[in-house]
Design a protein around this ligand. Structure first.
Ligand code: KIV
Ligand code: NA
Length: 263
């Protein structure tokens, strides 16, 4: 196998092959996931919850992301490394760029930012300067206090239309990838069909170009509330290696997500 690039993702999407993504926070798991053929490792700001024990992702800093990104990069051979820019790190294009540079210098190949239309200028600013961008739409956890909780998004015609407009705007601004979190499956399919760039779903139905899970959820070790879209892939397996392989297989053959994981 060889290094996964933005071109690989486009090729997989156009061939109808599902893209696999998992969150990863350290070198040992990076090495394992890379060997299992996971295409994208995400240093998610979920690390604030699953590693640091916070109640939300808001306390996560750029330094936290840089430390974990450098750790993941040291364990990775072929996977693409995507780093979340945390809450407060991309309020303006200039701030976003300065923080994206730190993440890229730590080993990221792309940064992920939460939001739609309001980020168009930032996405253009970053991509013009050599920083590929993944946009995150739907349930955006950094906005939990604005959203009034961790709720499924895009359930009304009005909010679904807004999300579709956001997806078109981030694509036009230069985004290479879009994460769709906690939206109805039908909307996940509509957005995926509408865009020419790949979509990665988490609670966005089976028709996205790929899927992502938080590794602690996949391994069944997160003690908090379990979202509907979570599946514990350790069930029926006797090693972490086998569980991650089972996840990759299930995403590739379309058996995950099943109806029970969807909205
Ligand atoms: O932080 C994270 O883990 C994420 C994924 C759930 C997409 O953003
Ligand atoms: Na995140």
């Amino acid at each position: 196998s060889k290094a996964v690039t933005v071109n690989t993702l486009a090729t997989l999407r156009n061939a109808g092959e599902k893209i696999t993504m998992l969150t990863c926070y350290d070198a040992s798991f990076a090495s394992l996931m890379d060997r299992c053929g996971v295409e994208i490792l995400l240093i998610g700001d979920s690390l604030g919850m699953v590693c640091a024990g916070h109640q939300s992702t808001l306390p996560v800093t750029v330094n936290d992301i840089v430390y974990h990104t450098a750790s993941v990069a040291r364990g990775t051979k072929n996977a693409m490394i995507v780093a979340d820019l945390p809450f407060g790190a991309y309020g303006t294009p200039e701030t976003a760029y300065a923080n994206a540079v730190l993440a890229m210098q730590a080993g990221a190949h792309m940064v992920k930012i939460e939001g739609g239309a309001w980020l168009a200028d930032t996405i253009k600013f970053l991509t013009e300067r050599g920083v590929p961008v993944c946009a995150h739409l739907g349930l955006t956890p950094q906005s939990v206090h604005q959203l009034g909780g961790y709720k499924v998004q895009g359930k009304t015609t009005e909010s679904a239309d807004l999300l579709k407009a956001d997806a078109l705007k981030v694509q036009a601004a230069g985004a290479s990838l879009v994460v769709l979190e906690a939206i109805p499956s039908a909307l996940g399919k509509e957005v995926t069909d509408m865009l020419s760039i790949p979509t990665i779903g988490i609670g966005a139905g089976p028709d996205c170009s790929g899927q992502v899970l938080v590794m602690h959820d996949l391994l069944g070790v997160f003690p908090g509330r379990k979202a509907r879209f979570v599946k514990n892939f350790m069930e029926g397996q006797t090693s972490i290696d086998a569980a991650i392989t089972a996840y990759v297989t299930a995403v590739k053959n379309g058996s995950f997500p099943a109806l029970e994981h969807c909205f």
